[in-house]
Structures are given as C-alpha cells and as structure tokens.
Design a protein around this ligand. Structure first.
Ligand code: FAD
Length: 198
C-alpha cells in the first residue's frame, strides 16, 4: 500500500512530489517511512518550453527545469518513479487501486491526478470532466473539484485542475495539495520552511 500515488510527472506532479519528500529527515515520526510513487509518460508540456518568466529563475529550457526538479526529488529520497501510463483507477472503500498499461496494480491512500489538460481518458472513476475555460485552445479539459479535492483523498492539480497553463501556477497547486496531504497525515497543519545552516 502506497501513501501517495501521483499520476503525471510534469510541472504540477513533480512540485507535489518534491514537497512531499521534503518532509522527510526532520524528525517527524509521521513523515518517515511513507511510500510515494509517481507515474509519468514524459510528455510534459515543459519539454517544449523555454521559460523566461519563472520568478527568480534565469531563463532556461523546460527540459532542464524537469531535470533539476527530478534531481531535487532524488536528493531528498523516498519517491519511486515509474515510466508507465495509468489507464484505470478504482475506488475501494477508503483507498484507490491504480492500474497501468502493463496490467500492474497498485493501491494507495492518497491519489493526485496531474496528467495535464490535453485529455483525461483514465477509466474507472466517475469524475466531472469538462471543457477547460482557461485554455485559449479548444478541446482542453479539466476535472471539477473543491479546493483541489475531487473525491475523498483524491486530488487534481495543474492544468487538469483548470489552472492557467503557466509553470508557477501549476507547480503552486502541486505544493498546495502536498501540504494538505502532509497535514492530514500529521493530524495538524504542516509548514515546511528551511533556514540556512550555521
Ligand atoms: C510551447 C510551450 C511553451 C511554454 N512556455 C511557458 C513559459 O514560457 N512559461 C510558463 O510558465 N509556462 C510555459 N508553458 C506551460 C507549461 O509548460 C505548462 O503550464 C505546464 O507544464 C503544465 O503543467 P501540468 O503539470 O499541468 O502538465 P504537464 O507539465 O504537461 O505534465 C503532465 C504529465 O502527465 C503525464 N501523463 C499524462 N497522462 C498520463 C497517464 N495516464 N499516466 C501517466 N502519466 C501521464 C504526461 O506525460 C506529462 O509528463 C509552455 C507550454 C508550451 C506547450
């Protein structure tokens, strides 16, 4: 059983993953030994981008930004990466079962959908998928939610949550959801702020 599975490793999914693993190694017993997994098919829109409007970041290729965030996640440790397409998700009492293209099955307590706004064709869940009003291009989709939560402990982030398709907006939603999940695990509000070492 995983604690959190993230579907999609682009701007929002990776930001969510980074915040989750950054709770490790702080002496918080509730944060240790958590099992995290992220599925990705490496089709993030960042692969096409050259970013000159990410606050505080020098202009860089989206491919480089993806590489840096993945390395940050690996530095903290504790996140499993799987390059596989998720094709079906089923709700089972208080958990979710995630099924991939290869037929493998994984169970999780929390689930984060971060698969972008181009389409949503993962079977199994009864979700409200509607036209995405923030996209200038027709045919983009979003999943309706309340404060990013779609079903109990199932969240949507990034462009699939209807956010503007900019890195900072999408990454921010991933952070919001990660902090909400960590707070539920801890049973209290969590903030992760670091200060320089002496
Ligand atoms: C040409 C271009 C230029 C851009 N320039 C800028 C810019 O200058 N500044 C800026 O702020 N933003 C820019 N963007 C926008 C930015 O790249 C997106 O807003 C951002 O990547 C969206 O994040 P996301 O997490 O919603 O989706 P994505 O980053 O697209 O990630 C979705 C991920 O989910 C994976 N996935 C999908 N379905 C599944 C599945 N079933 N199973 C497993 N994985 C799955 C995909 O492979 C992908 O990796 C640009 C975009 C484009 C296309």
């Amino acid at each position: 059983m995983y604690d959190v599975i993230i579907v999609g490793g682009g701007a929002s999914g990776l930001a969510c993953a980074l915040t989750l693993v950054s709770a490790r190694g702080r002496g918080w017993s509730w944060a240790e030994d958590r099992k995290y997994l992220i599925f990705d098919t490496d089709k993030s829109d960042l692969n096409k981008a050259y970013l000159r409007n990410v606050p505080g970041v020098q202009p860089l290729l989206g491919t480089e930004l993806l590489r840096i965030i993945r390395a940050q996640i690996e530095h903290w440790g504790g996140m499993e990466f799987a390059q596989e397409r998720v094709i079906e998700i089923n709700r089972e009492d208080k958990t979710y079962k995630v099924i991939t293209e290869s037929g493998a099955e994984y169970n999780t307590i929390y689930l984060v959908l971060a698969s972008g706004f181009k389409e949503f064709n993962i079977k199994g869940l009864d979700l409200e998928v509607v036209e995405n009003p923030k996209s200038p291009k027709p045919g983009r989709v979003m999943i309706k939610h309340k404060d990013y939560e779609v079903l109990p402990n199932l969240f949507v982030v990034g462009t699939l949550a209807g956010l503007s398709s900019h890195f900072t907006s999408c990454a921010g939603s991933g952070v919001e959801v990660a902090i909400e999940i960590l707070s539920r695990m801890a049973g209290k509000r969590v903030v992760i702020h670091d200060v320089p070492e002496d």
